[in-house]
Design a protein around this ligand. Sequence first.
Ligand code: IPE
Ligand code: IPE
Ligand code: MG
Length: 255
Amino acid sequence: MDESQQLPQHIAVIMDGNGRWAKKRFLPRFAGHRAGVEAVRRTVTACAEKGIQALTLFAFGNDNLQRPREEVGYLVELLFTSMQREVAKLHDNNIRMRFIGNYAYFGDKLTQKIHEAEAMTANNTGMTLVIAVNYSGRWDITQATQKIAQQVADGHLQAAAIDEQSISTHLSCADLPDPDLFIRTSGELRISNFLLWQLSYTELFFADVYWPDFGVDELEQALTSFQSRQRRFGRTGEQVRVRQSQRQSEQNEIA
Ligand code: IPE
Ligand code: IPE
Ligand code: MG
């Protein structure tokens, strides 16, 4: 990673491979999930230290409800106990916590814990840590559509006035920039119903380690790869280069 080059403002991560990590060690799947919490701790610390503004972690997908009941129960309990242990420390480190997804499905106890963590850390000015719980990209777009449809039904919005901005503002994380960098561990090359709308122009990075083995080295690799990409957003490479050098000379003038 090049310290002088631009870092992603927002990183989104699919933390995948806990089960296979455990299987490789002849351990039950839950041991992999437990080991995954350590990788979360390492990643949050490293990203905050580097000055990343937002980190979104996919902790539980809406589609994961299809797993065996015991595994779903274990994951919800693990989230609850990890929060009990970690939220105060995150708060001390000036981290702002946010939760996205239909977490209310998991009941009042977890929901209350989530709201407490959000309220406690709401005024922090460091990194925003977003945890996606019972989240899916299609769920997000669906709930945004329901809110917009209600505005139309109430006569506050014309159907023809609905644009990309109206959809974006009703999605989860509307106040955060779209992720610049997406990381998925475990070698799987798919999005698995994560942030579908928000990942439109995100740079994708796939790490060949299971999530419990993800550490600072792998994060560095992802950042180095990110810094080697040219983000064009539909423009030509030449246009991007010209804009960059214009911006550079404007900055030099200010300095
Ligand atoms: C990611 O690891 C954790 C969750 C989905 C909650 P997995 O549990 O998907 O692990 P693998 O993919 O089966 O190895
Ligand atoms: C995606 O992982 C969801 C999370 C990591 C929370 P999965 O392991 O459930 O995804 P698929 O089923 O392999 O696509
Ligand atoms: Mg998996």
